[in-house]
Design a protein around this ligand. Structure first.
Ligand code: ZN
Length: 171
């Protein structure tokens, strides 16, 4: 009987530990945006795509290479006090097509969705073709058409037609 009680207690402790670990990685935020299931290693580029940098005033946290049952390893980004628009968030699909978004209000998930790549992306990708007009001194920002080819996200320059599949290298 005593052993059983010990076992139960131990199970409880393990349960609490698991729960605590989980919360350490994805600690709850009151209001804001949680971007989960980011392709591991891409969190920094996700921040860049969202325009989150040195001048950002929101509390931003990031976890990289977190164990994930679905993906092996993943990154997570949390932005407190800011609801990022769906259009902005969909740009993440360029480099993290499996990313899932949770919008949190008053500690509750009020919206949950998966990102899907936008059809056209301006400014984010630099054209690898040096002779491309988007790389000249002309005040022309880059514009890429986005589509899927064999389940891979492909970007094609709207000016010179250059196609790229390793988009993360040009962000
Ligand atoms: Zn180009």
């Amino acid at each position: 009987m005593k052993t059983d009680m010990n076992k139960i207690e131990k199970d409880c402790e393990d349960g609490i530990k698991k729960e605590t670990n989980k919360h350490l990685i994805i600690s709850k935020i009151k209001d804001g945006t949680v971007i989960d299931h980011i392709t591991s290693g891409m969190a920094i580029l996700v921040l860049k795509i969202l325009g989150i940098g040195v001048n950002t005033r929101e509390a931003v946290s990031m976890a990289m290479n977190v164990p994930s049952s679905k993906m092996g390893k993943k990154d997570i980004v949390k932005v407190e006090g800011k609801f990022i628009s769906e259009d902005e968030l969909n740009k993440i699909a360029l480099i993290a097509p499996q990313a899932t978004i949770n919008l949190i209000e008053n500690f509750k998930i009020t919206k949950k969705f998966e990102v899907s790549p936008p059809k056209v992306v301006e400014r984010i990708i630099s054209c690898p073709n040096r002779n491309c007009i988007s790389n000249s001194r002309e005040p022309i920002s880059s514009r890429f058409n986005i589509y899927l080819e064999d389940n891979k996200v492909i970007a094609k320059c709207d000016y010179c037609g250059k196609k790229i599949s390793n988009i993360e290298k040009f962000i």
